[in-house]
Design a binder for this molecule. Structure first.
Ligand code: NAP
Length: 252
């Protein structure tokens, strides 16, 4: 049985300065990957890379705004230069957006959320896929959400973008399945990260916890475990699908 060993492989993780992305970057590095830690700003990403190196792993930092197609191309070129090719990618960067009814949703926030959470995933794959073809194959995980399959009031832009990620993932997976690239999406329930804690008070967090049959929100480590499995050779027959890690949220 192949292990989850990423030795000799180079991985891009976007939104890797914080939350889920930081934990995924650290787990991939602990499992042997050379990780390109990417985020909007390189300050906090550098701290993640320092932690990786301090634990004996290898990492480089590349600031990139995923909603900028040119920046996404340069990020892939950086990975090729530093890592000798690209094998793995986690398109994880995301934002929440305004909390408003669809009939009142601020257009600027709609455009921003679609730009980062949906266009950002497309721009990532647009350049990651050709790079992976050059190295003979690879694996991609696109970070969706439970809100990739169910609605959530006052979050139309986020929900639309995360649903879009599923369609994009399925289509690209079919196109590259026979060419050695597996592409899947992950759907976390509510996860304890700065995305939640910087926007919600404790009462709201408790309310979200109660929406999961397990009675709690999840951890970045729980999302990272699934993500790393999907990137690994243990998931060799898994592509084009959507994998929930949601404490039962969508089973209701
Ligand atoms: P997080 O802690 O806020 O981390 C996201 C990181 O992405 C932040 O460092 C953020 O930088 C960065 N980022 C934002 N816009 C970017 C851009 N345009 N280009 C590059 N990086 C950018 O959030 P998280 O909770 O770990 O979320 C990670 C992913 O999981 C997102 O796609 C999110 O939608 C998804 N997700 C989260 C939850 C949850 O409950 N936490 C549930 C389901 C899905 P700044 O801090 O500077 O904005």
């Amino acid at each position: 049985m192949p292990e989850q060993d990423f030795s000799g492989k180079t991985a891009i993780v976007t939104g890797a300065a914080s939350g889920i992305g930081a934990v995924v970057a650290e787990e991939l590095a602990a499992r042997g990957a050379h990780v390109i830690v990417s985020d909007l700003n390189d300050g906090e990403a550098a701290e993640v890379a320092d932690r990786i190196r301090a634990s004996g792993g290898t990492a480089d930092v590349c600031a990139a705004d995923v909603s900028d197609a040119d920046a996404s191309r340069r990020l892939v070129e950086f990975a090729q230069e530093k890592g000798g090719g690209l094998h793995l990618a986690v398109n994880n960067a995301g934002i929440g957006g305004a909390s408003e009814l669809a009939g009142e949703y601020p257009l600027e926030s709609w455009r921003k959320v679609i730009d980062v959470n949906l266009n950002g995933v497309f721009y990532g794959m647009r350049y990651q896929i050709p790079a992976m073809l050059e190295t003979g194959g690879g694996a991609i995980v696109n970070m969706s959400s439970i809100l990739g399959s169910v609605g959530f009031q006052n979050a139309s832009a986020y929900v639309a973008a995360k649903h879009g990620v599923l369609g994009l993932t399925k289509t690209a997976a079919m196109e590259y399945a026979a060419k050695g690239i597996r592409i899947n999406s992950v759907g976390p329930g509510f996860i304890n990260t700065p995305l939640l804690s910087k926007n919600l008070d404790q009462e709201m967090l408790d309310g979200l916890a109660g929406m999961h049959p397990m009675g709690r929100i999840g951890s970045s480590e729980e999302v990272s475990a699934l993500t790393c499995f999907l990137l690994s050779d243990r998931a060799s027959f898994i592509t084009g699908s959507y994998h929930l890690v949601d404490g039962g949220y969508t089973s209701q």
